[in-house]
Design a binder for this molecule. Structure first.
Ligand code: DOR
Length: 443
């Protein structure tokens, strides 16, 4: 079985061009001038349709569509093991495939925590069984994410863990974090920090600022993020180990990263679709659908985060896909857990809210995060002969709206219901196999 994608515009790190792409045995075997589907795909004089019949080639007409390397999410909560009522590795992988992702990094705040080889191997194996996207478990930085004892980085690195994080919590103790950086330096792994000084955010439900004062709700000050961003940048300066800063939300955090990069430090950063599209004003509804950690900030912050993406200060868009069951999110703001779905809407939100060339948006969704995740040999690759066929075919202009009942996620906590999205994934190809065809998952 082979696949031929005809008539599309290929967009990858090397640029954009019209080309037909042939896939066989999990790899790209031909990239041809449009219409030149010869080269083994179809006998001269035959149409592509005939090739489908005679050659067991599936032809995907990508006229008007973009063919690009598959997306890589640096920040996915798959909830399994432990909270399968909200998401499973299979349902989350399906949501990822529908969003154009061929690989996701699974966050470690599972139960039990991804802090040892057995749990990490379980998550990877469940991902393999689902076969909908490559699931790469992160490891936690500390045992049980309790913040007081480092996990066995070397053992976890030996089974392929490349990102370590206590996401959901930042590592509060600066000495322990220093040791984490020192320990990681020789292992080729990256510490990924959830930047939040907890002493400053206890009880908070939204961004601390004017809107929060008006609503009379407890606030999460930007300072709590900025302090940890600053601390970890300085620890990178001290230790030489790399850091990846998760879900940045504040203008001053972006500025700190900009300066760190100018200093040549090994700092990368991500931002979420919701932090480039929604503000703290949404909390006027008092709806916990808008409760997320870090919280939605002011329009000034949103614009600063967008500017950070535009100038490369922020390397990647990462979803922080955080499923929660309806009963949890229907609680009052103070009791409801933070988090929003993200995988199925990321492209549509990003294209609608970033005034950037399409290739730059795709870069933040694909090859840039692939490298940060240590997956750059397999994902986010140029669309070229011999490369692994991990691809997304998308319509950058399709307008669509989320239909909650049609989400693949087990949860429904998306703030984007009723919002016009622009840009939709049509097909996703994982190791040469279609995981999504015509915007529907194949399994
Ligand atoms: O909003 C969030 N939800 N932020 C996090 O850091 C964790 C996540 C979750 O696990 O629900």
């Amino acid at each position: 079985m082979s696949t031929l994608i005809t008539g599309g515009t290929v967009v990858d790190e090397t640029g954009a061009r019209r080309a037909d792409v042939r896939i066989e045995g999990g790899r790209i075997t031909a990239v041809l001038d449009p219409g030149d589907v010869g080269a083994g795909a179809v006998a001269p004089g035959e149409s592509a349709d005939r090739a489908e019949v005679h050659d067991s080639t599936e032809v995907l007409d990508a006229t008007g569509l973009v063919v690009c390397p598959g997306f890589v999410d640096l920040h996915t909560h798959l909830r399994e093991p432990g909270r399968e009522e909200a998401e499973t590795i299979e349902s989350g992988s399906r949501a990822a495939a529908l969003g154009g992702y061929t690989a996701v990094v699974a966050m470690p705040n599972t139960d039990p925590t991804q802090d040892c080889v057995s749990v990490v191997e379980f998550v990877r194996e469940q991902g393999r069984r689902a076969g909908l996207c490559d699931v790469h478990p992160s490891g936690s930085i500390t045992v049980g994410r309790r913040g007081d004892q480092l996990t066995p980085f070397a053992e976890l690195a030996a089974v392929g863990v490349r990102l370590f994080t206590d996401d959901g919590d930042g590592v509060q103790d600066p000495l322990l974090m220093r040791r984490a950086f020192e320990y990681s330096a020789g292992l080729g792994v990256t510490m990924a920090q959830h930047c939040e000084v907890k002493r400053l955010t206890a009880g908070a439900v939204m961004h601390e600022g004017e809107c929060c004062s008006r609503l009379g709700l407890p606030g999460w000050p930007a300072l709590a993020e900025e302090l940890m961003v600053h601390r970890d940048i300085e620890l990178v300066r001290l230790t030489g180990a790399p850091v990846h800063l998760l879900h940045l939300s504040c203008a001053r955090s972006v500025e700190l990263v900009r300066r760190a990069k100018a200093d040549g430090l090994a700092v990368t950063a991500e931002a979420t679709p919701h932090h480039i599209s929604l503000t703290d004003e949404t909390l006027r509804s008092y709806s916990a659908i808008y409760k997320v950690n870090p919280p939605l900030r002011t329009i000034h912050d949103v614009e600063a985060v967008r500017a950070g993406i535009a100038d490369g200060t922020i390397d990647a868009i990462a979803t922080d896909h955080a499923p929660h069951v309806a009963e949890a999110k229907e609680q009052p703001l103070d009791a409801a857990p933070p988090g929003m779905l993200g995988l199925e809407t990321a492209l549509g939100v990003a294209l609608g809210h970033l005034d950037l060339p399409l290739a730059e948006v795709i870069a933040t969704l694909s090859w840039k995060p692939a490298r940060i995740a240590g997956l750059g040999e397999v994902h986010g690759r140029p669309v070229a002969v011999g490369e692994p066929a991990n691809l997304t075919v998308l319509d950058p202009d399709e307008r669509w709206e989320v239909v909650p009942a049609q989400l693949a996620s087990r949860s429904r906590n998306t703030p984007f219901v009723g919002v016009a999205l622009r840009g939709r994934v049509r097909h996703t190809i994982l190791h040469g196999e279609l995981t999504v065809r015509d915007s529907v998952a194949t399994r």
